[in-house]
Design a binder for this molecule. Sequence first.
Ligand code: ZN
Length: 275
Amino acid sequence: MAWYSKAITEKKQQIGSFWVKCKQCRSHIWQEQWNENLWVCPNCNYHGSINAFQRIEQIFDKNTFKELFAGIGPVDSLHFNDLKGSYADKIIANKKKTGISESVVTGHGKIHNIAAVASIMDFRFLGGSLGSATGEKILQGANYAYDHQLPYIVFSASGGARMQEGVLSLMQMAKTCAGVARLNKKNVPFISVLTNPTTGGVTASYAMMGDINISEPGAVIGFAGRRVIEQTIGEKLPDDFQTAEYLLDHGFVDAIVDRKDMKDYLGKVLAYYNR
Ligand SMILES: [Zn+2]
């Protein structure tokens, strides 16, 4: 590499570490301002992707969150390979990249001093896909909430079922649904928070089963993608189709809450159930 192209690359990396380009309005935001604004664009309110730990920090009272079932991780039961390599290698690489064992972190903590169990999906880990271990952690979270009679909150961020696990992944839809449905028996509330994106098998199972379904603004929420539906029904879909706002208008989502207000909103919901 010529010295000048190396210098340009270094300069770009330097600038890139200071500025964030908003995916929606394309404006450049100072990294610091972006972080302080909880990874939400101060210009257009675009809610950028955050990882499970950032969400835990934003939602739970300081130092109250304790992780549960951290040892549950993915297994390559089918010895799956595709053109880009093996699933086993992808698992190792994703664990290293994210520092977590699966696409969800389950635990319990306090929100405005009210105890709750939560599973927080992390899109960085294989697109937040629903693998067997993801389903197991979500189910175990529900069981823990059931046993301790604590409210259960799931924050979804997922591209859907995990292709590399085939039917074992699809099975998680029924398993997780059974787990959260059982909470009704003990009047344990289940609150589902849908974040961008919540699609495929996750939308088609536990994510839409909340006693209250809350979404972040602008989140894409849907089952099949726009193109697949348009080709199937032979019709053009409205521009806001599969957004949180569209779902709110059509009664599938109960509220849209800005990230900066989410903790207070959840605190109020928990206080209501706690009466
Ligand atoms: Zn923006």
